[in-house]
Design a protein. Structure first.
Length: 419
């Protein structure tokens, strides 16, 4: 019965893909926000601040583990690389991520006895995101063969159940480490169950895999790994700066007002994720005019979403958030507005990564994010120390405006002069 429901009806895969991808994406984007609601009410502002920065750090490790392969895998319509190559590359990236994580935590523990509680929260949240990264290579295969609906159902079900387990554990009075640990166990068990029941339906070609092909895949996707990891850094750069120069309470409050900003990214992903393969097909068939039209239309959609969501957020958003997180946030309207503008630019820049990857100009993704990251590192201390939370919000807006400008130029030139 479970297998039959997951596989669904192939005649309705497109509508099913849209619905379940939206649901899974909503839970994925909102997981930290949902958990923070329970943590804020039951465990206090300081623990909520630690969970906020833990998710920001975990996103970096999640990006390294994914290695930027997902969009490349989905747009590999000719199957230049086998699924075995993609799977083995994911194993390599997960091992690499685990090694980096160990050194990161040891650095945090060094000479800081108070780091143990916070470090354990970071470790557990990172493990949750590494499970997401392991699952992602299978979801990429489902989407590559036109069955995004299966992968979206798996992602949605696993995230909904594991998030519910964590929240219910916190509500029942469990401390944060036990609650996150239960979420980890449930996530692992569900992935083995759901993927194990369905993956045979999209069985990969029996293509030989070698160290050479694996090495080529890792090499060609390295700029994507660098770019997507820096993208996560850019997306959370205000939180990292607050973590360095301000306190946990400020971190929690900033995390609360930044949560709705990701609604723009969520809705944008919901719209374009099912269309990634279509872009690959258009480029493969050299239908340049239609390709350009689809990209431009998606950018206009993001702008429209930003305006609508910002108006709603500024009208009723802060009072609702104040109730949700048990904190008075009504005095942060200006910071809220600036963050929304930055979120819209971030969503456009993130989307432009897809067509840039499709036309195989992915090297420029790393260059763009690298330039924005350098700007953030050089100027971040000044913005936060002198401007506080408003300075952090302004920094977020400026780095994302820079990204949109760079990627707009890269895409325009790349389409005009295809390789």
């Amino acid at each position: 019965m479970l297998k039959k429901w997951l596989l669904g009806n192939e005649q309705h895969t497109k509508s099913s893909s849209v619905i379940w991808n939206a649901l899974g994406g909503a839970v994925n984007a909102g997981q930290s926000a949902i958990i923070l609601i329970f943590v804020s009410h039951r465990l206090g502002l300081v623990t909520a601040g630690m969970v906020t920065i833990a998710y920001a750090v975990a996103q970096i490790f999640y990006s390294i583990a994914r290695y930027g392969v997902r969009n490349f895998q989905v747009t590999d319509v000719a199957e230049q690389y086998s699924f075995r190559d993609y799977f083995r590359s994911r194993v390599v990236s997960l091992v690499l991520t685990a090694v980096i994580l160990v050194f990161y935590l040891l650095y945090g523990f060094w000479g800081n006895e108070d780091y143990l509680f916070k470090g354990m929260i970071i470790l557990e949240v990172v493990i949750l995101k590494l499970i997401d990264a392991f699952e992602d290579v299978f979801l990429g295969r489902y989407q590559q063969v036109g069955r995004l609906d299966i992968g979206a159902k798996i992602m949605a079900v696993r995230l909904m159940i594991s998030t519910a387990v964590i929240c219910l554990a916190v509500l029942a009075g469990a401390e944060i480490h036990l609650s996150l640990g239960l979420g980890i166990i449930v996530s692992v068990l569900l992935d083995f169950l759901l993927i194990g029941r369905t993956f045979s339906a999209v069985s990969a070609k029996k293509t030989a895999s070698s160290r050479k092909s694996l090495g080529q895949l890792l090499k060609v996707c390295l700029p994507l790994c660098v770019g997507t990891t820096l993208a996560i850094y850019i997306g959370n750069v205000p939180k990292y700066m607050i973590n360095s120069y301000m306190n946990e309470e400020t971190q929690a409050i900033f995390g609360y007002i930044m949560m709705p900003v990701f609604v723009i990214m969520l809705l944008n992903n919901f719209i374009y994720q099912p269309l990634i393969k279509d872009l690959g097909d258009l480029w493969e068939r050299k239908e340049i005019r239609l390709f350009r039209k689809k990209v431009f239309r998606q950018c206009l959609i993001v702008i429209g979403l930003t305006v609508v969501i910002m108006l709603i957020g500024l009208t009723i958003g802060l009072p609702i958030l104040s109730v949700m997180y048990n904190a008075d946030l009504t005095g942060y309207q200006k910071e809220f507005a600036v963050l929304f503008l930055g979120g819209g630019c971030y969503a456009i820049a993130s989307y432009l990564n897809v067509p840039i990857t499709t036309i195989r100009r992915q090297n420029f993704i790393a260059i763009g994010y690298g330039a924005a990251a350098v700007f953030a590192l050089v100027s971040g201390r000044y913005f936060v120390i002198n401007g506080g939370m408003m300075g952090a919000a302004a920094l977020y807006l400026l780095v994302n405006v820079l990204l949109v400008a760079v990627y707009g130029v890269v895409l325009a030139v790349g389409i005009k002069k295809p390789r």
